[in-house]
Write a protein that binds this ligand. Structure first.
Ligand code: SF4
Length: 338
């Protein structure tokens, strides 16, 4: 990618990842109509054994259909929902074992941008007050310094000083997403988790926000975890990409590598569905049939076997592990590991 904020080589050669997600599992209990008294009657397996690393200055894209577990990963990393098992290490420190002070620092260092920032903006408060809120919670500066910080951040995201005095409903969709970015940036974070930040926007506004994100990443040396279902968007913004299916990462590669040589049948099917996609190595197009299975009872063996045109008996019983194919390229498929 010509416009990488900080080059991939820098990112992957860094000695230690900034964030290390290790064998993360997240299950949500489903209770009977009589409530919790009889215990969970089933579990939604949202995330199953997911591991990946986020290196300083890179953008890691997580892409998959809705229900693949990508947003749950983002929320679990931020501590908005507890993990069922596994570890999240920030600068080698386990979040689950962090002391209160370190956890407070972590919460300041990692921020989230949501798909719909409007729903999280208090409609009765002016933007200035909303943006100052986080600074007050974290005891940052006095009133004058906080106000100056808000004016600065409004300018950084391409808004004007006059917007300080406006209410959320007075902003357009694109401006609201700039406010979402401003709210994340005001804490001077190291990492931003972007959960479908441009999905609700018109295409022309999408590119404005994506370009702004790239520019901010370059200027502020940010590390981004970018969650989306949109292949074109993830290709444009990411240095590396993890492809998710039913709670698992099935393929991970540097962006150029993935698009020039996708190997997992699910990745090929995703790319096949993109109009005009001209990956040179995408010799066969795979059009998927049926729906993604329910995460209440994911298929045994390879979770993709119920839809995979190459599935064998082995695929029904044996879980394929993520295997190295090349430098910066892994995939979980028995066709590759044999
Ligand atoms: Fe298809 Fe089997 Fe590979 Fe899974 S392991 S993607 S079912 S060939």
């Amino acid at each position: 990618m010509a416009e990488k904020a900080i080059g991939l080589d820098y990112a992957v050669s860094a000695a230690e990842p900034l964030l290390d997600v290790i064998s993360l599992h997240k299950q949500f209990p489903v209770y009977s109509p009589f409530g919790k008294i009889f215990g969970a009657k089933a579990f939604v397996h949202a995330v199953s054994d997911v591991s990946f690393q986020l290196y300083e200055g890179e953008t890691y894209g997580l892409v998959g259909e809705s229900g693949s577990g990508k947003s749950t990963i983002g929320r679990t990393i931020l501590g908005l929902t507890p993990a069922s098992s596994g570890q999240v290490l920030y600068k080698k420190q386990d979040l689950a074992a962090m002391r209160k002070g370190d956890l407070r620092k972590f919460r300041k260092d990692i921020q989230m941008v949501f798909q719909d920032p409007f729903s999280s903006l208090n409609p009765r408060k002016r933007i200035g007050a909303i943006l100052e809120e986080a600074l007050i919670i974290h005891n940052q500066g006095n009133q004058v310094e906080r106000q100056e910080a808000v004016f600065r951040i409004l300018q950084t995201v391409g808004l004007q000083a006059e917007h300080y005095f406006r209410f959320p409903h007075e902003f357009s969709g694109g401006q609201r997403q700039r406010l979402g970015l401003a709210r994340a940036l005001i804490m001077n974070p190291k990492i931003i988790v972007c959960d479908e930040p441009v999905s609700a926007l018109d295409v022309s506004i999408q590119s404005q926000i994506l370009n702004l994100l790239k520019q901010l990443q370059r200027d502020l040396k940010l590390t981004l975890l970018f969650i989306t279902h949109d292949i074109s968007v993830v290709r444009y913004i990411s240095d590396r990409i993890g492809i998710m299916y039913l709670g698992k990462i099935v393929e991970e590669a540097a962006t150029d590598q993935l698009f020039s040589n996708p190997v997992h049948p699910y990745t090929k099917s995703l790319f096949s569905a993109v109009p005009g996609f001209s990956g040179k190595k995408l010799k066969e197009r795979i059009i998927l049939k049926g729906e993604i299975p329910s995460p209440l009872s994911p298929p045994s063996g390879c979770v993709f076997h119920t839809r995979c045109p190459y599935a064998t008996e082995r695929c029904k019983t044996e879980v394929p592990g993520l295997t190295n194919i090349a430098s910066n390229h892994k995939a979980a498929c028995h066709l590759i590991s044999t």
